[in-house]
Design a protein around this ligand. Structure first.
Ligand SMILES: Cc1cc2nc3c(=O)[nH]c(=O)nc-3n(C[C@H](O)[C@H](O)[C@H](O)COP(=O)(O)OP(=O)(O)OC[C@H]3O[C@@H](n4cnc5c(N)ncnc54)[C@H](O)[C@@H]3O)c2cc1C
Length: 252
């Protein structure tokens, strides 16, 4: 299929949908491709335990959370700050609230009503979805290559946006398989983020207490601390304060 005027957005997670929303609002013909049978599966999973959209802290503190990445992310975050994200969700009919920790959630807590309204907006802006299309690089003339249930498909696009996600939760589509189609120097190596950590506590402790929640505890390390609920897992700990510190602990 040769459709040279289209903009191809590959990946129907929140990053791809946001790109498609902005481009289609500006009048471009956008086709969103995804290898899964439905869009935004990881986003829907994210909402299962409460979709934390953003944080209500002041912008300077918020920017400081991004550590070394703040320098390149800052212009984008200033362009679309947390308050704008909140207003975007509310404009899609999802009122938000700020929890006691300062985190911002849609009142519905789940991602599904937000996603439904988002997809309806994209449809009204004539965005087309091509699902069950696995991107497999480019052919020798620069056409996009897709594997579909009907065989290989070539697409000529005026521009392409890759919004392929990371490599966690592969069953939801984010399998990192796209890395083999790009030169290694064109992307940063994938690293775990928002991850749990193993502890040095005896296995018997975890056997006895896994699943228990420690409420409002402060955890600290590498010069940073965070407060909130921590869950004891089979081998370690998880929870919002652990996730907040996980990138720094990973580097330590
Ligand atoms: C349990 C859980 C809870 C979470 N909670 C929160 C939360 O409360 N708040 C929050 O902000 N974030 C949360 N997240 C993280 C959030 O879900 C991700 O940050 C977000 O989904 C990333 O968006 P993305 O569009 O970059 O990538 P993804 O959502 O990973 O989307 C990438 C898309 O690309 C597609 N794709 C990949 N390779 C190909 C290919 N070769 N061809 C075609 N399509 C391809 C995938 O199928 C996928 O649909 C949570 C995640 C999990 C797993």
């Amino acid at each position: 299929m040769l459709t040279p005027h289209i903009i191809a957005v590959i990946g129907a997670g929140p990053a791809g949908l946001a790109a498609a929303e902005s481009l289609s609002a500006d009048g471009f013909d956008v086709v969103v491709y995804d290898q899964m049978p439905s869009p935004a599966r990881k986003f829907l999973m994210a909402g299962r335990s409460g979709l934390n959209l953003t944080h209500a802290e002041d912008l300077e503190t918020f920017l400081s959370r991004y550590g070394a990445s703040a320098s390149w992310l800052e212009p984008m975050i200033r362009e679309f700050p947390p308050q704008a994200l909140r207003e975007w969700a509310e404009d899609l009919g999802q009122p938000c609230f700020t929890g006691s920790s300062g985190r911002v959630f849609p009142k519905a807590m789940k991602a599904s009503p937000l996603l439904r309204a988002w997809l309806a907006r994209l449809s009204a802006q004539n965005t087309v979805f091509a699902l069950r299309h696995r991107w497999a690089g480019w052919d020798e003339t620069g056409n996009l290559l897709f594997e579909t249930s009907h065989g290989a498909k070539r697409v000529t696009a005026a521009a392409t946006i890759l919004a392929l996600g990371g490599a966690s939760w592969p069953r939801l589509g984010s399998d990192g398989g796209w890395r083999r189609f790009l030169p290694p120097e064109s992307f940063s190596p994938l690293q775990p983020a928002n991850c749990g950590f193993m502890t040095a506590l005896p296995p018997a402790f975890h056997e006895q207490f896994h699943g228990e929640v420690l409420h409002s505890v402060t955890i600290s390390g590498v010069g940073q601390s965070a407060r909130g609920d921590v869950t004891i897992t089979h081998q370690g700990i998880e929870g919002a304060p652990v996730y907040r510190l996980s990138a720094m602990w990973r580097e330590a």
